[in-house]
Ligand binder design. Structure first.
Ligand SMILES: [Cu+2]
Length: 297
């Protein structure tokens, strides 16, 4: 196929602004990040293990290939060696080595898989329910429950015909009005379910991506390192309808003392507020209509 020079030029011209675009590329980080708890670090470790095996295999395979092509090329008068065809010893070697490599990866992978599902000994339960298109969080046993929706600025900027520049909105489409607040250094179990269709609660820094399926409760857990206080962001990771891209997850990790204060404030607020659909109905009930009214647009 002949590439037209004008087409090539137009493509390059189109790519130039991308190369020059500021900051929007998360500092050009190409690799996964280790996250902020033990599970996410273990998952990262598995990823790096598989990655380095791939690098080693590529170096050996391509090395032998390139060496053979150069050393035994036809122009040097080399004749093909048929000794390797159906050679039992060679076949045993190239079956055994990959099996050993796979076992060396499968053992730690199985260990991490068991670890991710072991929520035993958790000190706190949070029920996470996905609705079209927001999340509700219920701190089991505390009476605190609230709805977490896309923040107003992002919601306004995303509207068709909006004159707001999305780049002027901090954390555009990745911010919510009420973030989930959790203490660091506490093993927290999340019970994930769906109130209408299938969603998926995904927070990469915690190594969690759990499907929120109506009628099922999926379990996951995280225990953020005490020194990793901060805000962590995620999204719904299951195509769940028109506004799937507009139901971010924001988790604020605070110290145990700050969390206790925050929880107390929430409980006080619950007491003084008249019960709304969002605070009085259980998560398994139908979507609380008043609190879950669709956002504008
Ligand atoms: Cu969703």
């Amino acid at each position: 196929m002949k590439i037209k020079p004008r087409l090539l030029l137009a493509t390059l011209a189109g790519l130039c602004p991308l190369l020059a675009a500021p900051a929007a590329h998360a500092a050009w980080t190409l690799n996964l990040t280790p996250g902020v708890d033990q599970v996410s670090r273990d998952i990262y470790g598995l990823h790096m293990l598989a990655f380095w095996w791939c690098v080693a295999i590529a170096v050996v395979v391509f090395g032998v290939m390139i060496y053979s092509m150069a050393r035994f090329r036809h122009s040097r008068g080399v004749v093909a060696d048929t000794g390797l065809t159906h050679n039992t010893r060679v076949e045993i070697i190239w079956t055994t080595i990959p099996v050993l490599i796979l076992i060396s990866m499968a053992v730690p992978a199985a260990r991490v898989l068991v670890e991710t599902t072991d929520a035993s000994g958790s000190q706190m339960d949070i029920r996470v329910t996905g609705y079209q298109w927001r999340w509700t969080y219920e701190y089991v046993g505390t009476g605190v429950k609230f709805v977490s929706s896309l923040d107003r600025m992002s919601d306004a900027a995303r509207q068709l015909g909006s004159t707001i520049d999305p780049y002027s909105v901090p954390h555009y489409l990745l911010n919510v009005d009420h973030p989930l607040v959790v203490p660091a250094g506490v093993k927290i179990r999340v019970l994930v379910t769906g109130g209408d269709v299938i969603h998926s609660w995904w927070v990469p820094d915690f190594g969690i991506k759990k499907d929120a399926i109506p009628g099922y409760v999926n379990e996951a857990w995280f225990d953020v390192d005490p020194d990793k206080l901060g805000t962590y962001r995620g999204q719904c990771a299951e195509l769940c309808g028109r506004d799937h891209g507009f139901m971010p997850v924001v988790v604020k990790v605070v110290s145990k003392a700050d969390f206790a204060t925050w929880l107390k404030q929430q409980q006080e607020a619950e007491k003084t507020q008249p019960p709304t659909a969002a605070t009085s109905t259980s998560a398994s009930a139908a979507a609380p209509a008043a609190a879950l009214a669709a956002p504008s647009g």
